[in-house]
Design a protein around this ligand. Structure first.
Ligand code: PLP
Length: 393
């Protein structure tokens, strides 16, 4: 039986997948079992930042694979320690790092740290969390409570109590929802799942002021927009603003599962041995790979490449004369194309044109290719996208 048949027989049907089986990849191209090639504008949901078959990643995996893959957080771990130091060096506000295995675990850790901080400094009653419309913070019970999508939440109620919502990019709405019972404000500097909506200029800075007026911590969820995606190492570095806690994950280890929470010294000071932990996170193997990713993407020349190719991609999308394109949004290589029709059929048609596409919500195409994409690749992507839009429209 082939993979598709086996999946249909044996997997929980929690995903709707197209009828192709990816087997190989090189650079920004993926290939299926039938030998068809696809230009990848998805990168496994903004994960495979260095693309496929990267020589340094392969070399690192071969070296690290000779050593223990895991010895748990019971023991010191040299690759993890080096990675933490490098992340702190790249992040002006942060002094310390705690590792996880995924994005949702990193937002869980952030909310736990914020509650512990509030308890330690301000007593028992400061435990509420302010989140925003359109947000996505993950699907475990705490993160889910801060992800206001009925389809995701409703079947799993009761959710974690204590989360309230304001409108994204509406500081008056945040002010109205804010009070001293809030221990943390959690926000994506550029919303991904919600439809590629960047924070408007001044919104994050106003949130920082508001949070601090109420002794609440500011958490930036950069699981999707962080680690070079927008052309800065962190998406919030486009604005003069600093959080107290930052969550990262998707691209951190180029496809191996890893999350990280970066914190100020003040936040780190309330966390003591045993307060929070996980078996796998930050193991020597995954941390070795993440060191390659962070070193490469943290290089100013790499970030300049993302800025240049992202700007070029956006221009070319804006120049596409499709009547179905309403707006092109986003920063760097995190772009959204607002359509006047559902995005699903466009994604489907992409497969027949050798193009991997992804939606973000019902009618937005989300373009989050490997960050190593070139202008030449983008020209090919634009040609194919034009053909797809002409066909579907
Ligand atoms: C994907 C995502 C998450 C959840 O990450 P998982 O690794 O899927 O658990 C959280 N926050 C944001 C902003 C994301 O894009």
């Amino acid at each position: 039986m082939d993979a598709i048949q086996l999946e249909q027989n044996y997997l929980v049907q929690a995903y709707a997948r197209p009828p192709l089986v990816l087997t190989h990849g090189q650079g920004v191209w993926l290939q299926d079992a039938e030998g068809r090639r696809y230009l990848d504008l998805v990168a496994g949901i903004a994960v495979s930042a260095l693309g496929y078959g990267d020589a340094e990643i392969i070399e690192t995996i071969c070296q690290a694979g000779q050593k223990p893959l895991h010895y748990s957080n019971l023991y010191h771990n040299e690759p993890m320690a080096r990675l933490a130091a490098r992340l702190v060096a790249l992040t002006p506000f942060a002094q310390r790092v705690h590792f996880q295995n995924s994005g949702t675990e990193s937002t869980e850790a952030a909310m736990k740290f914020a509650r512990k901080y509030a308890r330690t400094h301000f007593g028992q009653d400061k435990s509420n969390i302010l989140a925003f419309s359109g947000a996505f913070h993950g699907r475990t019970m705490g993160a889910l409570a801060a992800t206001p999508r009925e389809k995701y939440q409703k079947p799993y109620e009761p959710l974690m109590p204590g989360v309230r919502f304001a409108r994204y990019n509406d500081i008056d709405s945040a002010r109205a929802a804010m009070d001293d019972s809030i221990c943390a404000v959690i926000v994506e500097p550029l919303q991904g799942e919600g439809g590629i909506h960047p924070a408007q200029e001044g919104f994050l800075a106003a949130l920082q002021d508001l949070a601090h007026q109420h002794n609440a911590l500011l958490i930036f969820d950069e699981v999707q927009c962080g680690v070079g995606r927008t052309g800065h190492f962190w998406a919030h570095q486009h604005d003069a603003v600093q959080p107290d806690i930052l969550c990262a994950a998707k691209p951190l280890a180029n496809g191996l599962p890893m999350g990280a929470v970066l914190v100020t010294q003040a936040v780190a000071d309330v966390i003591h041995p045993g307060d929070h932990g996980t078996t796998f996170a930050g193991g020597p193997f995954v941390s070795s790979v993440a060191n390659v990713v962070v070193n490469r993407i943290g290089n100013p020349d790499f970030l300049a490449h993302v800025q240049a190719t992202g700007a070029y991609f956006k221009e070319q999308l804006q120049a596409l004369s499709s009547p179905h394109i309403v707006q092109v949004r986003g920063r760097g290589l995190m772009l959204g194309v607002q359509l006047d029709m559902p995005a699903g059929p466009v994604v489907q048609a992409g497969y027949h044109h050798g193009l991997l596409l992804l939606n973000a919500g019902a009618d937005v195409l989300r373009l989050v290719p490997p960050l190593i994409i070139t202008k030449n690749d983008i020209d090919i992507a634009i040609q194919r996208l034009a053909a797809v839009l002409a066909e579907v429209g």
